[in-house]
Design a protein. Structure first.
Length: 68
């Protein structure tokens, strides 16, 4: 199996459609281990911060307003 790396303008609809065609034909998107670890670390840190604020009574935002 061969691997390619693409760098493109995310606003370009034609290249997005071409990439979708590649996926339809059997291409797969690979996420690097370091990228996955970074994302997991970011989620962990944000959840930790949110719960720390909640338990220390510093959380003042009302989530209901986010969906109004």
């Amino acid at each position: 199996m061969a691997t390619i790396t693409l760098e493109y303008d995310g606003r370009n609809r034609a290249i997005k459609q071409l990439i979708e065609v590649l996926f339809t034909l059997g291409a797969k998107e690979a996420v690097s281990d370091s990228e996955e670890k970074t994302q997991k670390q970011m989620v962990k840190e944000s959840l930790t911060t949110a719960f720390d604020e909640l338990y220390s009574d510093k959380a003042r935002k009302n989530a209901r307003n986010l969906f109004a």
